[in-house]
Design a binder for this molecule. Structure first.
Ligand code: AMP
Length: 183
């Protein structure tokens, strides 16, 4: 398996993801990954690909974005034999945190990370992961948190990117981006 998927492999994964129209509100097509997760062949195929891609990166941590980034991030960290770090929505982490605000369509949201998430290791090699990037607001704020802890953000990985919203361009200004599937 190579470091990027061919078109047939991409289509196989895409076919395992369900579109739910008008969720959570009218006009949104929600990419539902639960149908990938409960399909053991598709889930293993994705995790084999991510392990193959990242095993030579000498990463020290995978950081996952609340909440679906936890699923892929924790599974990948275990495959690579490294630690996992959660980046959570405001108010969920118990220890001392740093937070980053970002703009939504209406209003603001905030993400947080434990200040000692990477064991205070300056330059720790970190991969950030989430299931999907839309506008990029969540991923840009999460990337800034990793950088603010003085870790080294090696790459930001998404299972899917909604290319028409240009989120990957925004994150690309902070760190290299890899999307398994571009939609
Ligand atoms: P954004 O900050 O606009 O890039 O939104 C990304 C976050 O919202 C990710 O954590 C995604 O899981 C979630 N999200 C946004 N749009 C969708 C969608 N169409 N389907 C599934 N999840 C989405």
């Amino acid at each position: 398996m190579s470091k990027v998927l061919n078109e047939d492999e991409k289509q196989y994964l895409l076919d395992s993801i369900r579109d739910v129209v008008d969720f959570p509100k009218p006009g949104i097509v929600f990419k539902d990954i639960t149908t990938l997760l409960n399909n053991k062949e598709a889930f293993a195929f994705l995790m084999n690909h991510l392990e193959e891609r990242y095993k030579s990166y000498h990463l020290e941590y995978v950081a996952g974005i609340d909440s679906r980034g936890f699923i892929f991030g924790a599974a990948l960290a275990d495959r690579l034999g490294i630690g996992f770090v959660p980046i959570r929505k405001r108010g969920k982490l118990p220890g001392t945190t740093i937070c980053e605000k970002y703009e939504l369509e209406y209003g603001f949201d905030e993400v947080e990370i434990h200040i000692d998430a990477f064991n205070n290791k300056v330059g720790a090699k970190v991969l950030l992961i989430d299931d999907l990037i839309a506008t990029g607001g969540t991923a840009v704020a999460s990337s800034k948190l990793v950088v603010d802890t003085k870790a080294h953000l090696v790459e930001v990985c998404f299972l899917m990117s909604l290319e028409f919203l240009n989120g990957t361009k925004r994150v690309g200004k902070v760190a290299p981006v890899y999307s398994v599937l571009e939609i």
